[in-house]
Design a binder for this molecule. Structure first.
Ligand SMILES: Nc1nc2c(ncn2[C@@H]2O[C@H](COP(=O)(O)OP(=O)(O)OP(=O)(O)O)[C@@H](O)[C@H]2O)c(=O)[nH]1
Ligand SMILES: [Mg+2]
Length: 363
């Protein structure tokens, strides 16, 4: 959408100015009053800045410019519950409680045992009305419809895939698994390690590179990042390992930020590894730590160590990011799964493929 900023002495002047230039296709987005001058030699002047946007379709006779006051009034009305709607909701609730005694309690238990909470819980339960006795399947469906899966980057990975994430979340191991996955389908894969400041850190990835026969460049100084990219110019996919950083380690966070700024944005996907055993609140805190980076996708690691992917899904929903891969064991290269609806269904407790109603359907 195109935004236009117009400044004038008053709101009315700005509105008239915008109308004379753009006709009736303008809508007010926001306004701001400010003061100019007022220094030693200049007079104080009040100014109004209005941000407009243009609507494409020709305005109908009824169309008019919406003012901020009107928007506020509308919001106030929207917040006041309509008695008719409330009565209808009450009726539905009564019918449901009569028709399916106990399913709400079961629903609560399922969400609890899967650690599904916050905005994901709301999205799943909002308007959830089971239509038959297999309500667990309907619930799984509703849950799946909220989960994003990054099929595009799975199928067409960008040239640079950078893994970031807390210490021990599985970055290096996962990189070896991903590298092997794409090598198997004929892609030329190279590795770059930016994890250079810890004693012996690069040995782990170098061992994997040797085992999988992949070229590797270990960056020792920040200014070698460009050189490393140059060495990898013949590869289709270059996966970059980074150091795990604790929230208090701002120096290393800055260092990593500097190194990552050398990668071309359009060709780079930054992925965060998330331990599936972690609570959603902790994953969120870790994510906040990495906020300086534009994370595009998530990998859920250590699925084999938890009964449910629910905490991870709660977190992923709250940051609105898609799932790219899952890892389910320490074995390299085998213990990795491309994210899919069936992987998610298999990793929910008493839901999806693990629900009794689903099992009985399969039999
Ligand atoms: N059970 C299980 N263990 C895993 C999985 N992925 C990695 N690990 C183990 O987790 C430990 C840490 O893995 P790394 O790959 O070294 O983690 P990292 O994020 O690179 O760690 P740092 O480089 O120290 O930040 C290792 O013992 C791995 O074998 C997994 O999917 N399941
Ligand atoms: Mg590592």
């Amino acid at each position: 959408m195109e935004y236009i900023t117009i400044t004038a002495d008053t709101y009315e002047d700005a509105l008239a100015k915008a109308k004379s230039q753009y006709g009736d296709n303008i809508r007010v987005h926001s306004r701001r009053n400010y003061t100019l001058g007022g220094g030693l030699f200049t007079k104080k002047r009040n100014k109004t800045e209005i941000i407009f946007y243009l609507v494409k379709e020709a305005p109908t006779a009824a169309a008019k410019v919406v003012t901020n006051e009107e928007i506020k009034e509308f919001e106030k009305e929207a917040k006041t519950p309509d008695p008719e709607t409330l009565r209808a909701e009450e009726k539905i609730q009564t019918v449901l409680t009569k028709a399916k005694p106990g399913w709400e309690k079961e629903l609560e238990d399922l969400l609890l045992v899967n650690d599904i909470k916050g905005s994901l819980r709301e999205a799943v339960t909002n308007n959830f009305v089971p239509t038959n006795s297999d309500f667990r399947i309907e619930l799984s469906d509703k849950l799946l419809s909220q989960v994003k899966i990054d099929y595009v980057n799975q199928a067409h990975p960008r040239k640079y895939m950078i893994l970031i994430g807390p210490t021990g979340s599985g970055k290096t191991t996962t990189i070896a698994k991903i590298a092997s996955l794409y090598k198997t389908v004929g892609k030329k894969v190279g590795l770059i390690s930016l994890d250079n400041f810890r004693v012996g850190a690069f040995q782990q990835i170098t061992t994997y590179a040797e085992g999988l026969q992949l070229p590797i460049y270990v960056v020792k100084e920040e200014d070698e990042v460009i050189l490393a990219q140059d060495k990898m110019k013949g590869e289709d996919l270059v996966i970059i390992d980074t150091m795990g950083i604790s929230p208090k380690d701002s120096a290393n966070l800055l260092r990593l930020k500097q190194m990552l700024s050398f990668f071309p944005k359009a060709d780079t996907l930054i992925v965060m590894t998330c331990g599936a055993t972690s609570k959603s609140e902790d994953l969120y805190k870790q994510f906040k730590n990495y906020e300086p980076f534009e994370i595009g996708s998530l990998i859920a690691t250590k699925l084999d160590e938890t009964e449910s992917l629910g905490s991870f899904l709660t977190f992923a929903y709250s940051v609105s990011l898609p799932l790219l891969f899952c890892t389910n064991g320490q074995k390299v290269p085998s213990d990795i799964l491309k994210a899919s609806t069936s992987v998610i269904l298999e990793n929910l407790k008493d839901l999806g493929y693990n629900s009794n109603s689903f099992k009985s359907q399969l039999q």
